[in-house]
Ligand binder design. Sequence first.
Ligand SMILES: *Cc1c(COP(=O)(O)O)cnc(C)c1O
Length: 412
Amino acid sequence: MTPEQRARDFDTADPLAHFRDRFTLPEGVIYLDGNSLGALPTATPDALRRVVEQEWGEGLIRSWNGPDFGGAGWFEAAGRIGAKIAPLIGAEPDEVIACDSTSVNLFKLISAALAMRPGRTVILSEPGNFPTDLYMIAGLEQQGLAQRRLAPREELAQALDGDVALLLLTHVHYKTGAMHDMATLIRAAHEAGALVLWDLSHSTGAVPVDLNSAGADFAVGCGYKYLCGGPGAPAFAFVAARHHPQLVQPLTGWFGHAAPFAFSDDYAPAPGIERLLCGTSPVLGLAALEVGVELIAAIGVDRLYGKSQALSEFFLACLADLGVTLELVSPADSSARGSQLSFQHPQAYAISQALIARGVIGDFRDPDVLRLGFAPAYLRFADIAAAARHLAEVLASGEWQRAEFNQRAAVT
Ligand SMILES: *Cc1c(COP(=O)(O)O)cnc(C)c1O
């Protein structure tokens, strides 16, 4: 059987196949970049139109209050959406809040961890972690509040000494897709007296995460990747309930106050996860995020993960059938990686551009990685077979050598 014939059988048997109709994707595009910007849920434009025209246009400031007061519930949206993200990451509803960007949430939680471990100043991470994670530590270091220590993943356990306040890791590596063993690392860090902060940007909505079973302290993650919240969607933050009373974060804005509308001169943090808020919630961004989160949560992370593994295994099988040999830098075992496959090739940038010209949208990560994401909510096995064939043709024809595929754009 050809890859295309096998794909037809898989698509027929796929229990998630009908969810593709809940997304709007352009004709002729095979979208393998849902790990970077999730696709548009079909319900999002109407939801935004309702928020803009009715809640804002008609309700005006009355919309901040909840339905009990004739409003639209803007004030509660951050916590309400956090509660909907919670089951995707093994958290309780009151442990998650949707707010700010992942970068800003990192700053708040790194700072909070430092405050909870007086006398310890080291933030331990790994080289090659997502840049913003490393930069946020560096910013605190520049202010004299932290010291950055990097150790390769095999050496993290040894690097956990009595100076480490916090271990900060990205659960699924953005470039390779390699997945950390969360529970084991948390145990090692806790034994060393350190806290742990997980960046779940490439995990949430793609792979199962069970923060509370693993004994997690803190986590952050992205709203615009697998959660399909739209470009620049608000991110989320998780704090284990046992830490809520001690949690002191540095961005003490009025939205994190216990009673913002008391307009007191003195700051008093909200009792629960709301103390992570800083300023006024971005209502339009939250409205789009809520649609994506509801859709992904309705499919459920176990089913998404099962399909994600099947899609990436099928892509590798198609490449083998088509005689393509590329250097896989993702773990070969699908249970050790997230929902992506990354390949190393000296011409990875030009290959990714040649694929985009054929309608196969993946991406490139410096210096030589072709990264293909398999967002399981809306991809078909037919897309996978077609993408593999396009990749085989791009490599066999050498069309990536054309000049227009070798000019670097600002965003890759
Ligand atoms: C995408 C991503 C981010 C994004 O951070 P922003 O503040 O939203 O720009 C952070 N961390 C990781 C690991 C990511 O993959």
